[in-house]
Design a protein around this ligand. Sequence first.
Ligand SMILES: NC(=O)C1=CN([C@@H]2O[C@H](COP(=O)(O)OP(=O)(O)OC[C@H]3O[C@@H](n4cnc5c(N)ncnc54)[C@H](O)[C@@H]3O)[C@@H](O)[C@H]2O)[C@@H](O)CC1
Ligand SMILES: Nc1ncnc2c1ncn2[C@@H]1O[C@H](COP(=O)(O)OP(=O)(O)O)[C@@H](O)[C@H]1O
Ligand SMILES: [K+]
Length: 489
Amino acid sequence: MEKLSPLSHWPVYQRDSLRALERELQARSTKPLMEQAGQAAAQLALATAPHARRIWVAAGPGNNGGDGLEAAKHLHLAGKEVIVSLLLDPDKHPADAKAALARALQAGVAVQNQLPSAWLASMTEQDLCIDALLGIGGTKPLNTELQNWVNAMNTSPAQVLAIDIPTGLDADSGLVPPENLAVNASHTLTFLAGKPGLFMNHGRDVCGQIWLDRLEGGLPAHRTFQKPAPQAMLNVATTRHIKTHASHKGSHGDVVIVGGALGMGGAAVLAATAALHAGAGRVMVSWLGGSANTLPPDVMQPDAAALELERLSVVAGCGGGQAIAERLPDILQRSAHLILDADGLNALAADEGLKTLLRLRGAGKPTVLTPHPLEAARLLGISTAQVQSDRLKSAQRIADLFSCVVVLKGSGSIVAAPDHLPVINTTGNGRLATGGTGDVLAGLVGARMAQGMNAWDATCTAVHQHGLIADQWPADKGLTAQHLALQIQ
Ligand SMILES: NC(=O)C1=CN([C@@H]2O[C@H](COP(=O)(O)OP(=O)(O)OC[C@H]3O[C@@H](n4cnc5c(N)ncnc54)[C@H](O)[C@@H]3O)[C@@H](O)[C@H]2O)[C@@H](O)CC1
Ligand SMILES: Nc1ncnc2c1ncn2[C@@H]1O[C@H](COP(=O)(O)OP(=O)(O)O)[C@@H](O)[C@H]1O
Ligand SMILES: [K+]
């Protein structure tokens, strides 16, 4: 069993591929997967709620419920006071879950078909609820009974361990539909591989600490098998730019921020500060009508005409307003490396000519696009809700459309590029949802590219580091974009 950490490099599968993986693994495993899953859940329950006296297992009608029944059996045998509430649909009860029910009953587990309300009312914080209602088969809104059971878990003082995914959360999208509700878990033990929904949108809020058991314990040691391809990977190993002794400022690359229209100078300052602290050799701002007297003295302010874009990492669009559109044809054609952010992306979305120029840049002049969901929606000509309902696909579509590296920002940032498996970044949190943190990210990507990283590595590394700084931020100190930029190393 593995605990999710910023370094976890787990494969991530959507529902259909998970089913295929499950079939392949089940066919080769000497031990039924459900038995392994139930045992792992019981083990985690005992480790995370060691003083639990009472354990309530809410079990659903499918195989997720079967996992819960297996766990209940082990916990009962470990001496815990266990009640299983089983929402049974006898006609549809899968064979594995039926067998798990028989084993639990035989072991003496108390199984009933309703909420043990009085018993639940006397649970304490040390006790435990196990959510085995729905797993990856939960695709429809919860019916009233399921909602009542989820409510009982969410209002209990006891901890909640969700099996596979918290009930109510969509495994693929990470969304909880507005008319729905989801289990609010303290821990989630997921099986086989990561599911995209655990790491994005509402998933980040309802999963608590995430754990993975790949259920490979029953594979004969000498047998390997070709797994179906995952849809994404979590994180990638990050690299640091080391400044050698025998280097000078010219060795670490030059970044220019083209941004800061009148009244929006702060965005350019933030991007420049980030690039500076990330260790770029020289950082410049080319103003788009604004100016800021808060610009660090180490940042240069050259004339636009004097910029040698052909040898620069250009971060364009931060606080760019309408003015960026005029500069973009030149920037798109000449910049050595380009990071297009904010109003630069809005200008691109509105102009077919700019889109053509972007496509013409090709691989020789690498480009990174850093849209948030609304900017992504404009680029794709769809709604923000459509982007959020399949963040992996949306990021990949933009990457393929423009042959660029793309970061789709937000809860669970995605990095995508043509011919790459997308990466879901697991660092970062809601404290980043404050004005200007996106400008900081754009400046950081610019610095990493200036320092010689390719666009993919630079972007993955920057997104990871940006989120990690936010995760390590002191709980009693407000996070602002400016202070975030100052923390970059
Ligand atoms: N078959 C196996 O041996 C294994 C199964 N596993 C578990 O099995 C889960 C998937 O099992 P299933 O495919 O049976 O799916 P689930 O157990 O997630 O749910 C399917 C059942 O719930 C019902 N349902 C779905 N949404 C509902 C709603 N809104 N209101 C009322 N009923 C609803 C469906 O009609 C169906 O009966 C995984 O998430 C995982 O927990 C894993 O342990 C791996 C091994
Ligand atoms: N809920 C969240 N969880 C994790 N990261 C977030 C969240 N909200 C925003 N972020 C991150 O904060 C940054 C915000 O960028 P952006 O939306 O462009 O804001 P701005 O334009 O104000 O700089 C992005 O890196 C994004 O991924
Ligand atoms: K569940």
